[in-house]
Write a protein that binds this ligand. Structure first.
Ligand code: ADP
Ligand code: MG
Length: 246
């Protein structure tokens, strides 16, 4: 469980990059600075998320301001919410909503190295999505096949997937990623190792929207993976959270 005492109590946070947005000390402070839908914040409260963790405190404003981010923070420090909250906030209305002005087709992709991790992210996403008509898809052979229908495809907001499954759908021509505005690599150390790298690169190449925001999250980022990550990101900010007593 993340710390209860506020983000700076137990964690040392360092940032690198230009014009790093001011971190937030509370979830309420978010709403003062950004148009975060009230429902999202209510869903946080309903899940007893009282204070942002270190990576949330720094990472959420960076992503809210449309910057690319490389975030390194230990396991269990709430990295998932750090990217899901900004994505769901920035996407505004679900694509199926009547007043959607964000175009159609999948607008956010989260990649994770295993199906189990993808499933955990999906569950976290569903908690945040309560009360809004988000279409979140945990990508599998079965859900991928439903995307053959354009009416289904156009109403998908967020896809959470392993790389291989997504690449298969791209190659089958069943998935148009031109409208993807947010791409996250979770467990980025693994996503950028030799097992997944070429698949990840294929997905990145398929996401052609000019203002796509990219972010990588990991507990560790070895030099080789970090170099690859920095090559993928545009003018990124790097945030490192370390335990103070280590
Ligand atoms: P990480 O990806 O860094 O390993 P997770 O995103 O899986 O961490 O979060 C770890 C746990 O902490 C999850 O059960 C999550 O629901 C919970 N959690 C995340 N952020 C908060 C918060 N601000 N307050 C309380 N619990 C949180
Ligand atoms: Mg995680």
């Amino acid at each position: 469980e993340p710390e209860e005492d506020g983000p700076t109590q137990k964690h040392r946070v360092t940032t690198k990059g230009s014009d790093v947005p001011q971190h937030i000390d509370s979830f309420e402070a978010l709403r003062e600075r950004y148009p975060v839908p009230q429902r999202l914040l209510a869903n946080l409260a309903d899940n007893s998320y009282k204070h942002p963790t270190g990576i949330q405190s720094y990472g959420i404003p960076i992503l809210m301001e449309s910057r690319d981010l490389a975030a390194i923070s230990p396991t269990g420090t709430g990295k998932t919410l750090s990217y899901l909250l900004p994505i769901m906030s920035n996407l505004g209305s679900p694509a199926s909503g009547s007043n959607s002005d964000a175009g159609v087709g999948v607008r956010a992709i989260v990649l994770a190295p295993t199906r189990e991790l993808a499933h955990q992210i999906y569950n976290e996403c569903l908690k945040l999505a309560v009360g809004r008509k988000w279409r979140v898809i945990l990508f599998s052979k079965a859900t991928a096949s439903t995307l053959g229908d354009k009416n289904v495809r156009d109403k998908v907001d967020i896809i959470i997937s392993t790389p291989l499954r997504l690449v298969a759908s791209i190659q089958e021509g069943n998935l148009d990623l031109n409208n993807v505005r947010h791409l996250v690599l979770d467990e980025a150390d693994r996503m950028l190792d030799s097992e997944f790298l070429s698949q990840v690169q294929e997905i990145v190449a398929a996401c052609t929207h000019p203002t796509i925001q990219k972010a990588v999250f990991s507990a560790t980022l070895p030099a080789g993976a970090e170099k690859l990550a920095m090559g993928m990101l545009r003018n990124p900010i790097r945030v490192v959270v370390g335990l103070k007593d280590t």
